[in-house]
Design a protein. Structure first.
Length: 118
């Protein structure tokens, strides 16, 4: 599976961005897609995920109520709508694919930088 993420950029605090991640290849085997982020000097952390078949979602506490994950199965694309962005949301955002429930995310995109200015 190959992943192409896009949509990052520079935004002021309180603003919004929408990230996209298009999957190609063995997409029929996808169990879930997720977003992770890594801020400068910090470890990568989970942001949100969505089950490909059911659409069930999960969020980190830090983004609940501000971020919304969605998917378009026909386009093999997952989106992350980010509202009320804050400077601490600044990070490189990565999309990833999980193929088997309970196992680690196996495929990762190249990352897209989100910078939130105060």
């Amino acid at each position: 599976v190959q992943l192409q993420a896009s949509g990052g950029g520079l935004v002021q605090a309180g603003g919004s961005l929408r990230l996209s991640c298009a999957a190609s290849g063995r997409t029929f085997s996808i169990n879930a897609m997720g977003w992770f982020r890594q801020a400068p000097g910090k470890e990568r952390e989970f942001v949100s995920s969505i089950l490909w078949n059911t659409g069930s979602t999960s969020y980190a506490d830090s983004v609940k109520g501000r971020f919304t994950i969605s998917r378009d199965n026909a386009k093999n694309t997952v989106y992350l709508q980010m509202n009320s962005l804050e400077p601490w949301d600044t990070a490189v955002y990565y999309c990833a694919v999980n193929m088997v429930p309970g196992q680690a995310y196996a495929y990762w995109g190249q990352g897209t930088l989100v910078t939130v200015s105060s």
